[in-house]
Design a protein around this ligand. Sequence first.
Ligand SMILES: *[C@@H]1O[C@H](CO)[C@@H](O)[C@H](O)[C@H]1NC(C)=O
Ligand SMILES: *[C@@H]1O[C@H](CO)[C@@H](O)[C@H](O)[C@H]1NC(C)=O
Ligand SMILES: *[C@@H]1O[C@H](CO)[C@@H](O)[C@H](O)[C@H]1NC(C)=O
Length: 157
Amino acid sequence: MTPVTAALWAAAMLMGLQGSSSFPDSRVDLSSKNLSSVPRDLPRKAESIDLSCNHIQLLHGGDFKNTPLLRFLNVSWNSLKDIDEETFLDTPLLKDLDLSHNGLRNLSGQQYLLHTENLLVLNLAFNKFLTMTLGSEFSSLVKTGDIGTWTPKHQYG
Ligand SMILES: *[C@@H]1O[C@H](CO)[C@@H](O)[C@H](O)[C@H]1NC(C)=O
Ligand SMILES: *[C@@H]1O[C@H](CO)[C@@H](O)[C@H](O)[C@H]1NC(C)=O
Ligand SMILES: *[C@@H]1O[C@H](CO)[C@@H](O)[C@H](O)[C@H]1NC(C)=O
């Protein structure tokens, strides 16, 4: 190997390594995959997961237990009816949560928010809330003024 080829080879290796350390599995796109539940095999390094446009009805405690680095989660355009209180117990870094366009009905029953202490953006627009009463679980978020996009829209039906 000439010095030049060696240098190029080393540079290519380095770029390859950098590429693989900043990218692999950190963004997971599972949008429009006809999913009816959160897959069990989410990669541990996932920081951003797009589950939009599926048929997921429930989020369970443990659904995200293998993705402790999760920061962004999009579950919009599903058929969510309920979200377990424990769902985000293992994802303390979560800061952006899109739950818009679902079938959530009870705005005062969003207890999972008790475990999302770093949440900055919460989108609950276009659900099926029957009343607009905020539960006490919202108070910690509202008090800190942390909610950027807090935009529920009343849906009839
Ligand atoms: C989507 O999943 C359902 C079962 O969950 C299945 O019956 C249906 O055929 C699937 N549709 C497509 C387009 O894969
Ligand atoms: C979530 O996914 C939907 C549908 O793919 C998209 O329209 C929306 O912009 C996404 N939300 C965010 C916050 O990126
Ligand atoms: C809504 O959630 C609150 C708080 O969890 C609960 O007390 C209430 O019974 C729920 N209402 C309905 C209609 O499910």
